[in-house]
Every structure is written in C-alpha cells, then in structure tokens.
Design a protein around this ligand. Structure first.
Ligand SMILES: *[C@@H]1O[C@H](CO)[C@@H](O)[C@H](O)[C@H]1NC(C)=O
Length: 669
C-alpha cells in the first residue's frame, strides 16, 4: 500500500508485511523532468540541493547526454524526433508511474504550456509543476488573454481584433486607434502579411497588400489592426503566485534584442524602468528561459519556489522582502551562423571551455566537450548569466566571460554576442526589437586581415605543438625535427629556415621561420620581421601559448584541430588554417600509396566510412585523438574503401594503415 500523505514533500510510505513483521519503507520525494538539455539540468540542480530525487526522460539521440548523467534515474522514451519522445505524453506518464514520481516539471517548450498534459497529470494524481490547466488555456489564446488583461486594468496595445473584416469597419478602427497603425494577418507569423499604414491615405492600399500576402501565405486573409509601436522594447514582468492566493512581483526583464524572433541577450532589471507597463502583449505561464536574470537580481531560486509552491507551500518571501540588487545579463550561446542569417547549426563540440562558474557567473548548459548539438532539438548550447553591482559592471563581466567561452567544432554566435554587447548603443541601453537590423553594418563588420603578429603566434603555436608531439613520440636516436641535434649528437651550427604556409581566411600567408639556437625564432612575413619566443603549457584542461613577439608578451588559449589553429585571447580570437599539415605531409608518401595512415599513436574516436563506400579526395574518414588533439583523417585520393582496419575506440600506432582502398588497377583487370 503506497500512501501519499500531502504534497510531495511529505512522504510516500509503503508498509510491507512479511509473516508477522511489518516494515515501513519510505519512498524518496521524487520529480520527473519532462525535458532535456540545460533546463533539465537546471531543474535537477535545485532538486539535488533540496534532497529531491530526479528522474530524467530521454530520446535515443540523448542517451549519452548530460541531463541523463545528472539524473538519479533515467528512462528512454523513444526515438529522436520530439513527437515520439519529449512530446509523447502517455510515455512520460508511464515513466512517472514506474518511477513513483510525485510531480512533473515540464521545463519550457515541449509540454510546458500544454493544457492536455496538465489535465492528464491531474487525472493521474501527479502534480504538474506550473499553473493550473485553465490558466494555461486562457493565456495561450491571444484574444482571451487580452480580454483578461484589459478587464484587470492592464494597459494593452490598442487594437481591433473583431470579426467584421469590411474595409469600412477596419478603416474606422484604424482612425480610432490613431495612425500609424499595423495591419497584421490574424494567422500571421514571421512578418508575413504585416503592413504599416502611416496615414489614412495609405490605409486601403496597405490593407489590400496585407490581405494578398496573408491569403497566399496562410490561405486566410483576416487581419487585425494594432497601434504601431516604433522600435518597441520587449519587457517581461516576473510574477509568482501560490495556491493560497499570495502573489509577488520580482521586477522586470528586458529581452529586446532578438533575431529570427528569438531572444539572444536578456537583462534585469529593465533598462527603461520609467516606460514600463505601456503595452502588454501576452503572458507566459511557464518558467521562462531567461528566469536566471531575475534570480540573480533577487537572490532567489525560482525552481525551488516552483517545487515548494507545487507541494502546497506558501511563496517563501513576502513582497517587501524581495529586494532588487545589482544588474544581471544572460547571453544565449547558440550553434548557429550569424553571417548566414543566423542559420541554426549542429555538430560536435570538439573543444569546449567555459569561464569558471562562481556565484556571480552561471553557466546554464546541457552539453559537455565531446557532446553533439543535435539537429533534432533547439541549437542552444548554453546560457551565460552574469551579475554585478550595476549595468556597466555587469556588461563588462559579460564580455569578459564571453571571451572565455571557447568552442571549436561548429559555428557559434559567440563573436556576434561580443560585437552586440560591445555596441555603443547597447552599452547606452538603447535596445529595441529592431536593434540587429538597424545596426547591421556595425554588427557584421567585414573581416580584416589577421595582424602579422597574430600570424606569428599561430606559427609559434604550431611549431611548439609539433615539437611537443615529436618529443613524445620520437625514437631516441631519430630526431629529425630538431635541426640542431644530428643523429650523432653533434650540434650543427647553422640557422635552419623553414617556410610555413598559413591560411588567413582565403589568403595564403607565407611565414619564413628561422630557428635560432637558443630556442627563439625569427619570422618574416612579407617585409616585416619579428623576433619570437614562447612556450606552451597546460592550465586546467586547456593548452595555453605564451608568446613574446618583438618583446610584447601575450597569453592565449591554443587549440589545434582539423587543420586549423585557434587562438583565444582575452580580447578576441583568431582562426588560422593549415593548407598542408606538417604531420600529415610527413607521412603523405605512405598515405598516398596505401590509403590513410595514423599520423601518430592515438585512439580512433569516430569512423565515418565502411567497406564499399566511395570517397572523394579530402573526405573525412576518421577522427583520431592523440595528445589531446583531434586529427581528422582524410582520404588521400578518390576511390572505394576496401577495408577499415580500426573500430571506434581502438588504439592505432603511428603510421598504421587505418583504411585500405580498393586497388583500382587490380579491379579493372
Ligand atoms: C622587431 O624587432 C626587430 C629587431 O629589433 C626589428 O628589426 C623589426 O623591425 C621589428 N619588427 C617590427 C614589425 O617592428
């Protein structure tokens, strides 16, 4: 007999009678998190802190993900597509029963605003952590929520949402509202079927145009009329209520800066507190993505509040106890390409380092180095949340921390977030929803050539890394990479010069490197000469390069991956390509003949091909890891794969043939 006493902070007890003995078993408080990624991890962190057991659900694509690793228990609920997993209500409900979860936290997205699911939870006697289904329903319908807000005296954007679609009626309402007005398709989205009429003279033309587009895009030409707000801000107010009729207000957030109708930087409190409450658009009933900025300025844990309130407790703080302190920013780090209209991306996080988290710097993420950003879900990698005494200090901290967020393996918006947060108008707090289109040219500067000093640092990084690798792998007697030690140990007193070709974007930059005997280098690029010295060293999980370029000392994080040298400085980063990597060219004669060979001893991390596959020259065949570096093994020629000699996870020795090609001559005979 399992008996639930009251709320989920009270115990479930199981009485077991074995012959004459009665045992009392207590079941832990337990919540199921019906979500994935950073928000699932976020909820679990609070659950752990409160001593509440967390149960995760996951799709087949998320089997090895961070939220599964963090959970006390985890259940697979189906294939990758959300419809068959994170949106499959029945499956999630089944897991809730099997795991004896008393409550379900939906996170945001997925089922968080699904009335049917909230209803289902109620039927099954499981607490849905969120507002009652009736509230979700009312707030989800735009016209209903507007009616409720109007009735409560909340000022809403003036408009007409009526049935009468005659020209006369619409025109009359436009006049009443006052020009300029916005004509919007009722079914609209993504800016389709949307027109501005600045005066009565324009109205009918714009109306016709909006209708035409609406008809074409949504097969419905119904429109609504709203007051046009020029460069509006997107401001949210956080409120919190409990089941005892208490409610508190936790200030506001400004989430104006958006792209593709999605927010990218949020802050709290709002930057324009005096104009607050002018217009209201809608209401969300779930935990918002950007809730951490509110937590930072109020010193609260809203997930803890949610858990307590769902269990029937009162809101932990009274309104007068909620004090606004300092300023917080949240930057959303996405796998996307800002230069290609913010196209969402996916792929492996081959290298990932974050700023060190502390009580003023929160890294809300659901991925680790080595994980993949899946094509199936939202491409958000992390939310970086910072707090400081005032807006200026918080902004400085945000930029400092963004510089420490280094990702290699896929395109991210980190550089874009840096130019955004460094824009003078952003610094001044002049943010609005058209910020990115309005400041487009400054936010997307044309790429300048990398300074020669930085090219030298890249060359130095490469040389030192090579040296480290060859030192580790060389035969004692055979050190062909050092020009100063011959096999007999006699030092040769010449200056050894080597030409390195590096790629700066599309441009090849030749660096003539002279090895000086004392371990320094002279590098020449075009007609400039630099005296270079330096070292590489480990700090934490990362490799750093300390370089001196003509006496200027500089420290940067160094990652060499996939024929690219990445340098991350405290104020910027550089990506320098290697047209022909040294370690591959050193073995290329072997490679050209027999297939692809291991450039050094290491582990096969990923295999992309199998016997029978046809490949083009340069196609990736495998990824190997050696000395904490990844190497993509590429096809040295076009052909058909005969055999793959190593499986994922296997160890391959230096120069071992990894993949064999079908011998074309033999084949044609
Ligand atoms: C770097 O220092 C060397 C030696 O002092 C000098 O010849 C060279 O011009 C300097 N390079 C630059 C770019 O200033």
């Amino acid at each position: 007999v399992a008996q639930k006493l009251e709320g989920f902070f009270h115990k479930y007890c199981i009485f077991v009678k074995v012959f004459e003995h009665v045992f009392l078993l207590e079941v832990a408080y337990c919540i199921l998190i019906a979500n994935r990624g950073e928000i699932a991890c976020r909820v679990m962190r609070t659950a752990k802190k409160m001593g509440v057991k967390s149960v995760a659900v996951y799709s087949e694509a998320d089997r090895n993900s961070m939220h599964v690793a963090m959970a006390d228990e985890a259940y697979c609920i189906g294939p990758a597509p959300s419809q068959q997993s994170y949106l499959a209500m029945e499956k999630i409900m089944q897991v809730a029963k099997v795991s004896a979860a008393q409550a379900i936290h939906p996170g945001y997205g997925f089922l968080s605003e699904n009335t049917e699911f909230a209803e289902l939870c109620k039927q099954e006697g499981i607490i849905f952590i969120g507002p009652p289904s009736s509230a979700i329903r009312d707030m989800g319908i735009k016209s209903t929520s507007k009616a409720i807000m109007s009735a409560a005296g909340v000022p809403v954007v003036e408009g007409y949402h009526g049935e009468d679609q005659s020209d006369e009626c619409l025109k009359e309402h436009a006049k009443r509202i006052g020009y300029p007005v916005m004509i919007k398709a009722v079914r609209g989205g993504g800016g389709k079927g949307m027109r501005i009429a600045h005066s009565e003279k324009e109205f009918l033309d714009q109306l016709e145009s909006a209708r035409r587009e609406a008809k074409k895009s949504f097969n419905d030409d119904a429109v609504l009329i709203e007051k046009f707000v020029d460069n509006p801000r997107h401001v949210e107010v956080q409120v919190f209520g409990d089941q005892h009729g208490n409610a508190v207000y936790l200030f506001e957030r400004d989430c104006s800066v958006q792209r593709r109708h999605q927010k990218i930087i949020e802050e709290a409190p709002g930057v324009s507190r005096n104009v607050l409450g002018v217009h209201s658009e809608k209401m969300n009933t779930r935990l918002q993505v950007e809730h951490p900025v509110t937590e930072m300025i109020t010193g609260t844990d809203l997930v803890e509040w949610q858990l307590r309130v769902a269990a029937g407790e009162k809101i932990p703080l009274m309104q007068e106890d909620i004090v606004l302190q300092g300023h917080a920013f949240e930057a959303r780090i996405y796998a996307e390409d800002p230069n290609n209209n913010f196209m969402p991306g996916a792929g492996p996080l081959l290298h990932l380092t974050t700023p060190p988290p502390d009580s003023f710097t929160r890294i809300e993420t659901g991925v680790r180095q080595g994980d993949e950003v899946s094509v199936h879900y939202d491409p958000m990698i992390a939310k970086l949340v910072v707090w400081a005494e005032d807006r200026q200090a918080a902004l400085r901290k945000l930029r400092y921390s963004l510089h420490q967020y280094n990702i290699v393996g896929l395109s991210t918006n980190i550089d874009f977030l840096l130019s955004l947060s460094g824009h003078p108008q952003f610094e001044a707090g002049n943010v609005h929803t058209n910020f990115i289109p309005q400041h487009h040219d400054e936010l997307f500067p044309t790429k300048k050539a990398t300074p020669h000093e930085v090219m030298c640092q890249a060359a130095l990084g490469l040389i030192l890394k090579e040296k480290m690798l060859t030192d580790a792998f060389r035969d004692q007697s055979d050190d062909k990479f050092s020009p100063f030690a011959s096999s007999t140990g006699r030092r040769i007193n010449i200056c050894y010069t080597r030409k390195l070709s590096l790629l700066d974007g599309e441009n090849i930059v030749d660096v003539a490197v002279s090895y000086n005997q004392e371990g320094s280098y002279k590098m020449q690029i075009q007609d400039e000469t630099f005296l270079i010295s330096g070292e590489i060293f480990n700090e934490g999980d990362s490799v750093y390069l300390r370089s001196s370029v003509n006496g200027t000392v500089c420290k940067s994080k160094l990652v060499i991956l996939d024929n690219t040298i990445y340098l991350f400085f405290p104020e910027g980063s550089a990506q320098i390509g290697l047209p022909v990597p040294k370690y591959l060219s050193a073995v290329s004669s072997v490679g050209m003949q027999s297939g692809a060979v291991a450039p050094m001893t290491g582990t096969v991390e990923k295999v992309f091909v199998k016997a029978g596959d046809k490949v083009k020259i340069g196609d990736p065949l495998m990824v190997m890891i050696a000395m904490k570096m990844e190497h993509t093994i590429r096809a040295p020629k076009a052909g058909v794969i005969k055999k793959v000699n190593f499986q994922e996870g296997a160890q391959a020795n230096r120069h071992a043939p990894l993949v064999e090609f079908v011998d074309e001559e033999a084949e044609s005979k």
